[in-house]
Ligand binder design. Structure first.
Ligand SMILES: Cc1ncc(COP(=O)(O)O)c(C=O)c1O
Length: 508
């Protein structure tokens, strides 16, 4: 492909993406393909001779598009959002075009230097303590990693390194292997699956401490877990506290957990993967009070801050522990600019690095602080709107509402809410996933798309409400239809009064 063809292909691809976004609202949010569908649409062997880019784009439309789940559709309310914006898409495109690998400062100085500045911009946007920022004076700093899962794991490895060093300094007779075999980590049972996985990967038992009624890790339960482990001769090493849990977006209280960690010399890692973006708005910062106790902090601009996957921001108070855990030297990888610029390969697992800072820069520059704040506030406002709609229908109960996530259920047995979800899933008009809250089956409704409007929220609610009409006994629904002529305003109250009215008629 020559540059002229590249110009044409690239422009056609941009048009394709723009068309996709202009039509995304009208596409069924979930695909209707069966597992294995794609294998049947492609030849079994690669083409012997090259094909045209026009053929490729046609294949995308014919083969790929039918198998996409439309995460950016306003009808997508599952999991948590994955961010997307045009500035970030263009950032990805340029980064692919430059195609460097930032494995050291000299491998592409702009890669490292932009990341240093962006991580400071981002830290200031969230109002993180100064100690976390990149500076020539302090040992702290920020880096962009691939995912929150990776960050939790890296935090665990750094915590392990620190604990071993500290204990061996205190008692030189101790053996590293003896210490490592006794380390334990903690989190609540509401934390993301990736936290448990970090424990598995890092060979450190991860205690999933039962959360309180609000879905938070209580300091009492944490202290008790530490006490038991110490009594058994184990060594508490790492706590992952969560600001915005995956099931309900609950916030652990860092002002309580932080001092315990500092007292017990336990590394405190804060996982704010989704909700961290909300700290761009001063009115939500009270939820991260106590962050100054943390050793490491993470949030994903690739979730709720308009930067396409992958872009996971990690800050540490003292990068020394990462560097000590991950530093491997080779003659071709000399640290030439020590103390002037970080060699980020020592802060991460892989050697190669992508130019993720570019898309982050584009988003911060093009949206600005105010644009990002408005985006977060609007999304939270839409979730509030949804909460109001649910509350106005007394067949339902709202179980939790935090940031852009509302969990709710049909009152009564879990089976009702399960049937409701089955019906919604069969129709594929909107997409939600279930969860549990206080041992009850709940539906999670998340505002995920940056395109979502109040009209979209109303559409999704009406889909839920109409399917709920199907779940309640048919006879009752029929009565309401007869009386109101409008199924859409059917509520339990209306059913009850309809039944009462009929009973009255009959008794006359
Ligand atoms: C609280 C929390 N932590 C971690 C993760 C994992 O994020 P990632 O996909 O970036 O590893 C998630 C994903 O939803 C999450 O909600």
């Amino acid at each position: 492909m020559d540059t002229q063809q590249f110009r044409e292909f690239g422009k056609a691809a941009v048009d394709y993406i723009a068309d996709y976004f202009e039509t995304i609202r009208d596409r069924p949010v979930l695909p209707s393909v069966e597992p294995g569908y794609l294998g049947d649409l492609l030849p079994k062997e690669p083409p012997q001779t090259g094909e045209s880019w026009q053929d490729v784009l046609q294949d995308v439309d014919r083969i790929i598009m039918p198998g996409l789940t439309h995460w950016h559709s306003p009808k997508f309310h599952a999991f948590y959002p994955t961010a997307n914006s045009f500035p970030a898409v263009v950032g990805e495109m340029l980064s692919a075009g430059f195609g460097c690998v930032g494995l050291s400062w000299i491998a592409s100085p702009a890669y490292t230097e932009l990341e240093v500045v962006m991580m400071n911009w981002l830290g200031k946007l969230l109002d993180l303590p100064e100690e976390f920022l990149n500076s020539s004076e302090g040992p702290g700093g920020g880096i962009i990693q691939g995912s929150a899962s990776e960050v939790t794991f890296i935090g665990l490895l750094a915590a392990k390194e620190k604990k071993v060093k500290d204990l061996m300094e205190q008692n030189p007779d101790l053996k590293e292997s003896d210490i490592k075999g006794k380390l334990v980590a903690y989190t609540s049972d509401q934390s993301n699956s990736s936290v448990e996985k970090a424990g598995l990967l890092g060979s450190m038992p991860m205690r999933l401490i039962p959360s309180n009624d609000e879905g938070q890790l209580s300091s009492g339960a944490f202290i008790e877990a530490i006490r038991k482990d110490k009594e058994a001769g184990l060594i508490p090493c790492y706590l992952v506290a969560c600001l915005g849990t995956t099931p309900t977006c609950a916030f652990d209280d860092l002002t309580e957990l932080g001092p315990i960690c500092n007292r017990e010399n336990i590394w405190l890692h804060v996982d704010a993967a989704y909700a961290g973006a909300a700290f761009a708005c001063p009115e939500y910062r009270y939820l991260m009070k106590g962050v100054e106790y943390a050793d490491s902090f993470n949030f994903n601009p690739h979730k709720w801050m308009l930067v396409n996957f992958d872009c996971s921001a990690m800050w540490v108070k003292n990068a020394k522990y990462l560097v000590e855990a991950f530093n491997v030297q080779r003659i071709y990888l000399k640290d030439q600019h020590k103390d002037l610029a970080p060699e980020y390969r020592h802060w991460q697992i892989s050697l190669g690095r992508r130019f993720r800072a570019l898309k982050l820069w584009f988003v911060l520059k093009i949206y600005g602080v105010e644009g990002i704040q408005k985006y977060i506030r609007d999304q939270i406002g839409l979730a509030k709107k949804f909460e109001e709609l649910v509350n106005n229908d007394n067949r339902f109960e709202v179980c939790t509402s935090s940031m852009g996530l509302v969990t709710f259920r049909l009152k009564g047995e879990d089976s009702l809410t399960k049937s409701l979800l089955e019906k919604i899933d069969q129709r594929k008009n909107i997409f939600m996933v279930p969860g549990h809250f206080k041992n009850k089956f709940v539906l999670r409704f998340v505002i995920c798309s940056r395109l979502s409007t109040e009209e979209d929220v109303k559409y999704s609610w009406e889909e839920i409400r109409d399917q709920a009409d199907e779940v309640v006994p048919t006879e009752r629904r029929k009565i309401v239809e007869e009386i109101s002529g409008k199924r859409s305003i059917a509520t339990i109250e209306l059913y009850e009064s309809a039944i009462e009215k009929i009973k009255l008629e009959k008794s006359k």
